[in-house]
Design a protein around this ligand. Structure first.
Ligand code: NAP
Length: 289
């Protein structure tokens, strides 16, 4: 099986490349500029360039597109909504159209932020109601993928773990502060169901090999705040847990609202991939040390 991965140079994409095993088939990593990704050549597939997308897909002829490219930061989408819609929605439509014409599958990585966060513990049949621009683009992209036969939308939770290259992430910067003994505040009143990156990457590869279609929530086993997440990570990584301090959403005014509780229910996932072990926070962290 030939799987074309978009966003291979992103946080999640790099972990997918890292977790890919020889028996998973042929992986075709792509990003917007091409180049190399460690030992792997990375094909140029700029989602804003329809002709290049068409050519890259025709030439590489994948059985499945694992679509992990996006303008993925809410703040970036707020600052440049036109670009976010261009990449996240029009770009997805190009991929979905190619899949429809060639009878191939597409798997989209969407987000827990499609929910407004009023309730939490969302299952797949809950009604999305995004309150930030980024999530509005992702919800529009979801519809395009669900309209493609065999298409799968995996709504991914907050992912945590070290990056494997690229610019430092929020997570990398937070750990750097703790390593250097600098106290740092984390929201204690915003709830997610975070999952570690290697487990998320493995789950997405396994889903790529499945024939699951529709919508699926891919999230961690526990509902926690960022404060609790880092408070529990710190001692496992050898840092002082007291440096992790509670903050409140209200302390950091932002131009867009932040959903208070977008925790996801992953019951369907555990039925589909019963062998997938989603580690609790301490266990996930102990694997990186
Ligand atoms: N990280 C999370 O916690 C999280 C949570 C929920 C959902 N997700 C979803 O998971 C996916 C991956 O997120 P991420 O955190 O890995 O994102 P990321 O680190 O920001 O990486 C984004 C990737 O998209 C590519 N990209 C951007 N613009 C492009 C364009 N015009 N054409 C082609 N590729 C383009 C980038 O390629 P270049 O290197 O060439 O720019 C990069 O490889 C996204 O769909 C995101 O919505 C992530």
């Amino acid at each position: 099986v030939r799987v074309l991965l978009t966003g291979a140079t992103g946080l999640l994409g790099r972990w997918i490349v890292h977790c890919w095993r020889p028996d998973d088939g042929t992986l075709i990593p792509t990003n917007s500029r091409g180049g190399t990704l460690g030992p792997h050549p990375c094909l140029a597939l700029d989602l804003t360039d329809a002709a290049q997308v068409q050519l890259a897909l025709d030439q590489s002829n994948p059985d499945l597109i694992l679509h992990a490219a996006a303008i993925s930061k809410p703040e970036a989408a707020r600052r440049d909504p036109a670009l976010a819609w261009h990449v996240n929605v029009r770009g997805t439509s190009l991929l979905a159209l190619w899949c429809r014409h060639h009878n191939r599958r597409i798997l989209l990585t969407s987000t827990d932020l499609v929910f407004d966060g009023q309730r939490g513990n969302y299952s797949e049949d809950a009604s999305p109601s995004p309150i930030v621009e980024y999530a509005r683009t992702k919800l529009a992209a979801e519809a395009l993928v669900r309209d493609t036969p065999g298409g799968l939308v995996a709504r991914v939770c907050l992912l945590y773990g070290p990056s494997l290259g690229g610019p430092p992430t929020f997570f990398d910067q937070a750990l750097a502060d703790l390593r250097q003994g600098r106290p740092r505040a984390f929201f204690a009143d915003e709830f997610r169901t975070p999952l570690d990156l290697p487990t998320a990457a493995r789950a997405l590869i396994d889903l790529a090999h499945s024939d699951v279609a529709g919508t699926l929530h891919l999230a961690g086993p526990e509902r926690v705040s960022r404060f609790e997440l880092f408070r529990r990570l710190a001692p496992v990584l050898g840092y002082d847990a007291n440096l992790v301090q509670p903050g409140r959403l209200a302390d950091l005014p932002s131009p867009e609202p932040r959903p208070a509780d977008v925790s996801l229910c992953s019951l369907r996932l555990s039925q589909i991939l019963p062998e997938l072990h989603r580690p609790p926070i301490e266990e996930a962290a102990s694997r990186w040390t």
